[in-house]
Design a protein. Structure first.
Length: 94
């Protein structure tokens, strides 16, 4: 059976045993977390959430994502260049 849950402004389709990579949460590795915002469980669709449904997961590790480079260059004669980058933090949970 599968479920669709909502966390960090995104929706994830999960099944038992899946490894999920979500936005950074305020918890440590090894803790059990519970997602209460469940949109779908099997063939049962919530409006907006399924009453009494929850998904539990264990946090595996905190992972830093790949660095994203943002390069800006102005065109024409008086050009300027700017480079920025960031790497977002995320949690891996099962």
């Amino acid at each position: 059976m599968f479920a669709v849950l909502k966390t960090g402004g995104k929706q994830y389709r999960v099944q038992q045993g899946d490894v999920l990579r979500v936005e950074k949460l305020s918890c440590e590795a090894g803790e059990t977390i519970q997602f209460n915002e469940v949109l779908v469980v099997g063939d049962q669709i919530g409006a907006p959430f399924v009453a009494g449904a929850a998904v539990q997961a264990t946090v595996i590790d905190q992972i830093k994502g790949e660095k994203v480079i943002h390069f800006v260059r102005r065109r024409r004669k008086h050009s300027s260049k700017r480079t920025k980058g960031h790497a977002s933090n995320s949690r891996s949970s099962a």
